[in-house]
Design a protein around this ligand. Structure first.
Ligand SMILES: NC(=O)C1=CN([C@@H]2O[C@H](COP(=O)(O)OP(=O)(O)OC[C@H]3O[C@@H](n4cnc5c(N)ncnc54)[C@H](OP(=O)(O)O)[C@@H]3O)[C@@H](O)[C@H]2O)C=CC1
Ligand SMILES: CCCCC/C=C\CC(=O)/C=C/C=C/C=C/[C@@H](O)CCCC(=O)O
Length: 329
């Protein structure tokens, strides 16, 4: 008999998440039936979407939503071998049982030297978000100028590097000088700390006096309201996230978008990465290849210990992470 630990949403978030919103529970797992597998989480992901999605999809007492890289520890399913690693979407828990239908095996070409946690970051959902958002929503073309915010995070750091691979000029904004230094190391053409510039408008203009063809928006709110005025004619804005709004108890009021949209004939499109689930293999294969070739660099902000999941989640929302925020059990 295995006892799993799981974090549940004890009380819905009001404003910024607190440790007191979470409760750690123990769950006795039954013995395996034929066709089933027992898995243990090795790495768990903490992502911004958990904040708005918990509000929309969860009730108090539910296990927190989320994905993990898990190892098969026991198998009564001939299609799965003990010791293999998979990506699962089973929430914040240490162990779980599956019939295998909801699991994605890591690609067979996964090199031994590469951390398997990348399947939750650069070679997983956030990397795919950058890939499809840039190609299909921004429709970036060589020679264009791309702006990305939350640029040193899981999605943003891939956006900037893919835009460089695609022959674009890249401007990135992040919330600390260390993050800005990291962006320069990654090859961003221009990068600045949006928290310390005296005027965001001026900083954006200085970084690209001719404006922006593509804006990959991870932040929304005031940042987006200012940036939209610096788009070039026929510019494309991919609304990927709006992290500056997720913790608001009272909705923010902002500037209206119609005037710049009309005068500059802009396109603005929201998207969810799962739109391209049918092209997941293509995306994972391409991202993995670029990582192996050294064209796509990664950084992970790893918190040790399943007991620290709430702290890792809250820290990520506060901007403590450089690259992908991961919990190692
Ligand atoms: N549409 C989709 O399918 C998907 C959308 N997303 C969205 O992409 C965005 C980035 O996600 P992800 O890369 O996983 O997370 P990150 O790794 O970028 O971590 C979140 C970062 O957001 C920044 N941040 C937090 N609060 C604010 C704020 N008030 N203003 C500006 N920046 C802030 C912080 O960086 P800093 O120090 O720079 O402030 C923090 O490190 C999120 O909005 C997320 O919801 C993610 C995956 C899929
Ligand atoms: C102000 C409210 C804004 C609501 C929009 C919120 C978030 C956008 C976002 O971050 C969406 C992310 C979606 C992620 C989905 C992940 C799962 O399907 C798990 C995928 C597992 C995998 O493929 O690796």
């Amino acid at each position: 008999m295995v006892t799993a630990k799981a974090w549940v949403l004890k009380k819905h978030f009001e404003g910024f998440p607190q440790n007191s919103n979470f409760d750690l529970k123990k769950i006795e797992l039954p013995n395996l039936k034929d066709g089933e597998l027992l898995l243990e989480s090795v790495f768990l992901s903490v992502d911004p979407y958990m904040r708005p999605y918990s509000q929309r999809d969860m009730k108090e007492g539910d296990i927190m939503i989320g994905t993990q890289v898990a190892r098969i520890v026991e198998s009564k399913n001939p299609a799965f071998t003990v010791g293999s690693f998979v990506v699962a979407n089973r929430g914040w828990r240490t162990h779980f049982i599956s019939d295998g239908k909801d699991l994605q095996l890591l690609p067979s070409s996964w090199p031994e030297s590469l951390p398997r946690s990348l399947a939750l970051g650069t070679v997983g959902m956030p990397g795919l978000t950058a890939y499809f958002g840039l190609l299909e929503v921004c429709k970036m073309k060589p020679g264009e100028t791309v702006l990305v915010n939350a640029a040193a995070g899981a999605v943003g750091s891939v956006v900037g590097q893919l835009a460089k691979i695609g022959g674009c000029k890249v401007v990135g904004c992040a919330g600390s000088d260390d993050k800005v230094a990291y962006l320069k190391k990654l090859g961003f053409d221009e990068a600045f700390n949006y928290k310390t510039v005296t005027s965001l408008d001026e900083a954006l203009r200085k970084a690209s006096p001719d404006g922006y063809d593509c804006f990959f928006d991870n932040v929304g709110g005031e940042f987006a309201s200012i940036a939209i005025n610096q788009m070039k004619k026929y510019g494309r804005i991919a609304i990927c996230g709006a992290i500056s709004l997720y913790n608001d108890s009272v909705p923010q009021k902002g500037a209206y978008v119609q005037v710049p949209m009309i005068f500059k004939e802009l396109q603005m499109e929201g998207f969810i990465v799962s739109r391209w689930n049918n092209r997941r293999e293509e995306g994972v294969k391409t991202l993995l290849k670029w990582v192996v070739e050294g064209k796509l660099k990664y950084h992970e902000h790893v918190t040790k210990g399943f007991e620290n999941m709430p702290m890792a989640f809250i820290g990520m929302l506060k901007g403590e992470n450089l690259g992908k925020a991961i919990v190692r059990v």
